[in-house]
Design a protein around this ligand. Structure first.
Ligand code: ZN
Length: 302
């Protein structure tokens, strides 16, 4: 996507760098300059400076510096496009959209609708887990050593032991069978409509932008299969996503820990390793590798 210099400049000007950085770093004014502890290296005395006049930041300790776009790219590991989108939204600037063909429009509307159903399903599973019925899943998480805070942070949940519970809940909200089928959460055919997940501890899978793209479920009791993932859908490509990446990308650590499953990632995050990710029940692909390379040059395989 191409943006004109004008629109980039407008977004830059309308996002004061001191305001933006203050949301992430505690700054104190000294003369005409603001100082704080550098978020890019470890230090005890502030050498990270931000100038409102120049709309630039610079660290006298590690040498990192730049404008408001550079800051968000470095701090959040955003691409330029992502930094621009976030800052445009923050300042209420509307970015021009590329003309979509009718076909592309249908596709992107469908993807947005699938993401919406996924998000609602995640909420539904969460509320089931918090209810009396979901106690076994809640107990399971606690037994695995997870804190309440961790359970909420990862949006864990429970799918009821009924065959069409989620389906009925989504139908009640007016979603069509055609759309529900596309989410991979249901089997809908001439025999009827059934949930894919039931009686399982649920792990929503989010992409790097924190959107729910699919689910993993671990059966409660002795059912088979023990672990079940959403099938691939228009929004869920297992070879291009890593569990936990939306958190790990914001980690201050300069490497990623690649582990095997959801529970490994969650346990590591709870123990302070907020840079852990996992592939989604698949072998490691070249796409996974280039995805990680966007954020770091160093990956520890655990
Ligand atoms: Zn620094």
């Amino acid at each position: 996507m191409y943006y004109s210099e004008d629109i980039i400049e407008e977004v830059r000007v309308r996002n004061d760098i001191v305001d933006v950085i203050s949301q992430h770093v505690a700054l104190k004014k000294k003369g005409g300059t603001y100082f704080g502890l550098c978020p890019f290296h470890n230090e005890k005395t502030p050498s990270f400076s931000v100038s409102r006049e120049k709309q630039m930041f610079y660290c006298f300790g590690c040498g990192k510096g730049g404008n408001v776009f550079t800051f968000l790219k470095e701090y959040e590991n955003y691409s330029f496009q992502e930094a621009l989108t976030v800052l445009a939204e923050r300042a209420g600037v509307t970015l021009p959209k590329e003309e979509e063909s009718a076909e592309q429009k249908r596709e992107s509307d469908l993807r947005a609708a699938i993401l919406e159903v996924n998000r609602k399903a995640a909420l539904y599973f969460y509320h089931q887990m918090k209810s009396e019925r979901g106690k076994r899943a809640h107990d399971y998480f606690l037994k695995r050593g997870l804190s309440e805070e961790t359970i909420v942070k990862f949006g864990l949940g429970y799918s009821n032991p009924f065959r069409d519970d989620l389906y009925r809940a989504m139908k009640a909200q007016g979603y069509s069978d055609g759309l529900l089928k596309e989410t991979g959460l249901f089997t809908i055919d001439e025999r009827g409509a059934f949930d894919k997940f039931w009686n399982r501890a649920m792990f929503p899978i989010m992409d790097a932008n924190r959107r729910v793209i699919g689910f993993g479920g671990r059966v409660m009791g002795d059912g088979e299969p023990k672990y079940l993932n959403s099938p691939e859908t228009k929004v869920f490509d297992k070879s291009r996503n890593l569990y936990g990446l939306y958190l790990a990308r914001a980690s201050r650590k300069d490497y990623l820990i690649l582990c095997e499953g959801y529970m490994d990632v969650i346990a590591l995050h709870q123990a302070g390793f907020d840079n852990a990710v996992a592939s989604l029940g698949t072998a490691l692909t070249p796409q996974h590798a280039s995805l990680m390379k966007r954020y770091t040059g160093r990956v520890v395989i655990s």
